[in-house]
Design a protein around this ligand. Sequence first.
Ligand code: F6P
Length: 374
Amino acid sequence: MARNKHVGILTAGGDCPGLNAAIRSVGKAAMSCGMEVIGFRDGFRGLAENLRYPLDKTTLAGILTVGGTILGTGRDKPHRMDMAGEIRDMTDVIAENYHRNGLDALVCIGGGGTHKNVLRLIEKGLNIITLPKTIDNDLALTDASIGFDTALGIVTEVVDRLHSTAHSHHRIIVAEIMGNRAGWLALGAGLAGGADVILIPEIPYQVETVAAAIQRRRDHGTNFSIVAVAEGAMNVTDAAMYAAARQAKKDTKGTPANAAAKRALAAFNEHHDGNTLRLSKQLAELTKLETRVTILGYLQRGGTPSAADRLLATRLGTLCVELIQEKCFGMMVADRGGVAAPVPIAEVAGNLKLIPPDHAWVQSARSVGTCLGH
Ligand code: F6P
């Protein structure tokens, strides 16, 4: 009798709403094709330490609407994993455990970091398919990523709610929104919530330009403003310093100067950490308006997934199982124009989807008079 196919599933990187919907979709579709499904806990660590999580009709039931991931997640890199205080390359151990569990395929649900990690495991001969998830929406070759729509809804509601309190107190409220390299969440929610200023990493800003926009509102009788700022947004000077520090790290790779370049980049990142507070103080000084900061933080990643994220996760998960049956590995199941389609993981890994300067959202923001800081 032919042996049933065995499929492993793990979730890696930061969590987001819709991960459980994706696990459920892959699990149920796989089981309905007679496959056995095994979950691995806490990202790649689960495979390195063989931490299995039973996935069956019972454990997959009732999770569609639940936030987070029943498997747990983590940011461990297979090639640099902290094993009881010692940093070890665990890629061979992961490959051994993949075979020990009799896996025919492994499904990794993750974001940018996960895709880079997966490439190393594909090089070890593992059959991997990925599903895109990130509230940052910055994965290449997919229109949407699981988690983004829910986060967009949460952040939009926050921007909405900040309006009434900013209006009542005649204040500037600076809201810090997740998104380190890409500003999709800040721009999308800023536009949907009618923020007066939206600052994103793709468009370095001049604080004077922002203050002047707020001042203009005041001149027209509006004494409050909402500033939606992505956590990775930078002023023009900082953006140039950051680009130089990243380039120096790249250029010195494999040379003795690399350690100093890494230290310089770490020092820059530390300096950037207080950016939103600094921006708020600068705006208070320049406009003479009272200013407050709201850091949205992990609220943006928590709770129930939206209907759109549940649908996306379910659509991508079922195509994933079809690809396993066709032995079409090394692919990410992407959302392309509303249709689930495989794209090569090699073309996703290391490629960020940033907001192009002429993107429709940028043009619309400018057309409705939103200040983008430059
Ligand atoms: O998942 C992406 C992201 O939400 C970024 O926007 C944010 O900077 C980061 O994760 C924070 O992740 P953590 O603190 O969980 O490592």
